[in-house]
Write a new protein. Sequence first.
Length: 428
Amino acid sequence: MKNWAENVLWTPSKIATPSTEEEIQQLVLKAINDQKKIRVIGSGHSFTALCSTNEVLVSLDNYQGKIHIDKEKNIATVKAGTKLSLLGELLFEEGLAMENLGDINVQSIAGAISTGTHGTGVQLKSISNQVIGLKFINGKGEIITCSATQNTELYKAAQVSLGCLGIITEVTLQCVPTYKLKLQNKKENLDDVLATLDERNSQNRNFEFYWIPYTNTAWTKTSNIVEDSEPDKVNFFNYWTEFVLENYVFKVFCEYARLFPSQNKTVANITAASITNVKKVYHSHKVYATQRLVKFHEMEYNIPAEAYKDVFKDVKKIVNSRKFNIHFPIENRWVKGDDVFMSPAYGRDSAYIACHVYNKKECVSYFKALEEVFRAYDGRPHWGKMNTISPQDVQTMYPKFDAFLKLRKEHDPENIFVNTYLKTLFDL
Ligand SMILES: Cc1cc2nc3c(=O)[nH]c(=O)nc-3n(C[C@H](O)[C@H](O)[C@H](O)COP(=O)(O)OP(=O)(O)OC[C@H]3O[C@@H](n4cnc5c(N)ncnc54)[C@H](O)[C@@H]3O)c2cc1C
């Protein structure tokens, strides 16, 4: 098996695809009985070895769909394996939507929340914060429920748990009524964007931008709720720029820069020159999601929002002055702070900076240099993306790490959900 980015390969001795909660529970009980380890996979879109195991791997692809909808309170309970694309459709049929999402929709809801997946917007928290209740099977085979009002400490631990507390079977989401977003993608001058960042963030619901390395070009993406506009019809121009240019044409340039590394700057300049402005109005779940067909490796760090400008300045200087074999745009997003124990945004309003490298190229030296910058400003890595932190680092970064570990041990006394990667990451 391999993850999406193809940088983690593993061979499980068994792959189970249960379709009921009872079957999931039986799998856990059997693993305990056989003294086997068990890992659960969502869509395999994490860049780290979170799902890797040579023992039992559980996929909830056959365990998707809605369980209960409370239309009065805008609350939806869904099966944990539900992919975000299906979730968007199911909620839409009920007149509901997720308050915010990241930029793809192929992850499972449990996989997305387990690593702290986020979108952008200074007033909006990560997806885990839209979860108000969870049900999971722990390492003793027990069915456990926790929520914002019941087992609240456990709930704070379970909102981001990297799959090492148990197998999540049900996720209860606080949704909002459906809404339409007007999205504007623009090519802009980087200095102008940096000079007006605070206004852009405070005056728009969702704002992010990509910096095209070696250039003074920023590709901004801004969206806001619109009440009265009709959703746009499928538009060939938008399809061309968002799907064909960003995937097939970009792939050709990635290959070109791979074969001729001296052309990285040229490719970055062509990327900057070919950015076209896009404007569209559509239902929210369709606006957040983009298609990513070019495979890459990624490192993304959360940093305190107030440090963002200094961090970006350092990142820009290093990228422009050192000859890394890269040309991918660098993504900049913002989220509101939260109180989820293992959330990278724990206790602070945050910015996220993500750097990508075409997956057929070496990424270590580039990521190492930028990781040093992020770490110097109290950075915390996205749990689904590449990093080199140690258990001591996790201890320093996360004030609630000990509380998380205590609950983890209580619910998984035999470490059946621990694989080699987690053993090293958390010193388990
Ligand atoms: C192209 C691309 C775009 C991305 N865009 C974004 C983005 O916009 N924002 C962002 O924050 N991240 C983004 N990511 C990262 C991605 O959202 C996370 O890595 C996410 O965890 C992947 O979800 P998944 O369903 O593939 O989970 P997997 O990668 O399969 O698993 C992730 C973790 O969840 C655990 N898990 C899965 N299901 C369960 C369950 N039922 N119970 C308990 N644990 C479970 C796994 O054991 C593992 O520890 C992106 C990744 C890619 C490849």
